[in-house]
Design a protein around this ligand. Structure first.
Ligand SMILES: Cc1cc2nc3c(=O)[nH]c(=O)nc-3n(C[C@H](O)[C@H](O)[C@H](O)COP(=O)(O)OP(=O)(O)OC[C@H]3O[C@@H](n4cnc5c(N)ncnc54)[C@H](O)[C@@H]3O)c2cc1C
Length: 424
């Protein structure tokens, strides 16, 4: 059976950045997934990124091909701060990054992963089976969409998660309730309105808290000292999360899980405010007491803090209710692997090199956030992860290579693996 040194599952900002670094280091690897698929098919067309331009790049080893460099090449508007990045620009940039730095990407779905000897047996969607010594799981949010129990029982024809929507033209002329108070909910509300839908936002919070626009797009060093500008937002708290993920890892479980849940909680971008205020309906400070379908329409019974109830009806409900990382939801992880991964809140404990308690199995991106902090919920975190994990994998690849050479030179009868790591 064919064997490769490292297999990367997922071709979003993390998988592609790691692949670019492994390639530059000559590590033998394969990477699987449809490039930038989350961004191309699970986010609404017309959306703008929440992260600033300087924090919306993928990472090649020299950090030369940034979003800024791509926009300059293409003659597209760009600023480090204050110019929202269109989703379409970010997707085109990500695809170009893949072509230049990860040309050997295999657009295949990983169907299953089993332990096999000292490594793993990987089965692809096209039926190919091969062995890999190390696995990097970089699947982003794909499998983690969360629908609250009060909506989960509604039939799919009437209720969908926000991640199911890219084009919104289907909703023209329809009445849509969007549940949620974060960027995803308000982005969708604005874009549905623009697509000709009549929109009602339903949120538990008493007030939708829009982010403030950046007040200073050219901060002086003194401004930066007072409130550092980081790739995940301004201020010292976020600076600690951005620059000290390895320190964050050493904090007690409860602290880490709490911070990942609460730091940078749901809040829409400043530039969405004018696109929704006065244009969509707001039902805030309410919980959904009951949801059902009557005569082809969804009925949501909303209760406020005083217990007063009202009914909202719609053609369709979109749950923009976020994502909950949970290893049990990764369909390719076999039960043997799953039971071997030590977890906190169903996400893996990881070494400082992203390795789980199952040797040679690594996790990055949001699945690793409960270990390394909020930074890993954002593409910006790939700038920390990619060089670090690539250095580690390259170092251990050469150690393994030396070990195998020694075994083969000593005339051992131990079986040699069919393929040694090769430089690309
Ligand atoms: C509406 C919305 C807006 C967002 N805006 C921002 C923003 O402005 N800035 C920001 O930094 N972050 C934003 N995020 C978060 C964003 O999703 C992450 O930052 C980013 O995608 C992380 O990259 P990733 O590589 O970990 O994951 P992804 O981009 O999700 O890539 C993972 C890839 O793995 C693939 N995959 C999954 N399972 C398999 C399998 N079995 N086999 C093969 N491939 C597989 C998926 O198809 C996917 O392409 C947003 C998220 C949402 C939902």
């Amino acid at each position: 059976m064919k064997i490769c040194d490292v297999a990367i599952i997922g071709a979003g900002p993390y998988g592609l950045s790691i692949a670019a670094h492994l390639r530059a280091r000559g590590v033998d690897f394969r990477i699987f997934g449809s490039p930038m698929k989350t961004w191309l098919t699970h986010m609404p067309k017309g959306m703008h990124l929440k992260s600033e331009g300087f924090a919306s790049s993928l990472y090649d080893p020299g950090s030369t091909f940034t979003l800024g460099a791509y926009c300059k090449e293409q003659g597209l508007p760009y600023a480090d701060i204050g110019t929202p990045v269109p989703l379409e620009t970010f997707c085109a940039y990500g695809l170009e990054f893949q072509k230049r730095f990860v040309p050997d990407l295999e657009d295949q779905w990983v169907a299953s992963l089993q332990q096999s000897g000292a490594g793993f047996q990987v089965t692809l969607g096209n039926g190919e089976v091969f062995n890999a010594r190390r696995i990097v799981v970089a699947v982003g949010l794909t499998h983690y969409d969360y629908v609250p129990p009060e909506l989960a029982a509604l039939p799919l024809a009437y209720m969908t998660h926000a991640s199911k929507h890219s084009a919104l033209d289907y909703f023209q002329g329809k009445e849509v309730a969007v549940v949620g108070a974060g960027a995803s909910a308000l982005d969708l509300a604005a874009l549905l309105h623009q697509a000709g839908a009549s929109v009602q936002v339903v949120a538990r919070v008493a007030k939708i808290r829009f982010h403030d626009p950046p007040d200073n797009i050219n901060p002086s060093w003194l401004d930066r000292l007072r409130s550092p500008v980081t790739g995940i937002g301004p201020g010292w708290k976020l600076a600690l999360c951005t620059y000290a993920p390895l320190v964050f890892r050493l904090m007690p479980d409860q602290f880490r899980v709490e911070k990942v849940r609460t730091v940078l909680g749901p809040a829409p971008c400043w530039f969405i405010k004018e696109q929704v205020v006065g244009k969509v309906g707001f039902n805030v400070g309410v919980t959904i007491a009951k949801a059902d379908v009557q005569n082809g329409r969804v009925h949501l019974e909303l209760a406020d803090s005083t217990g007063a109830k009202k009914t909202l009806t719609a053609d369709h409900v979109i749950a923009a209710t976020g994502y909950k990382p949970d290893l049990r939801r990764l369909p390719f992880l076999g039960p043997e692997i799953l039971s071997g991964v030590r977890c906190v809140e169903n996400t893996p404990y990881l070494s400082s090199h992203f390795e789980s308690s199952v040797p040679n199995l690594y996790f990055v991106g949001i699945t690793a956030a409960n270990t390394f902090g909020p930074l890993l919920r954002f593409a910006y975190g790939a700038g920390f992860v990619a060089p670090r994990i690539a250095r580690h994998l390259a170092r251990s690849a050469s150690r393994n290579l030396v070990k195998r050479e020694l075994v083969s030179n000593s005339g051992s009868t131990a079986p040699r693996e069919t393929a040694e790591p090769v430089a690309r």
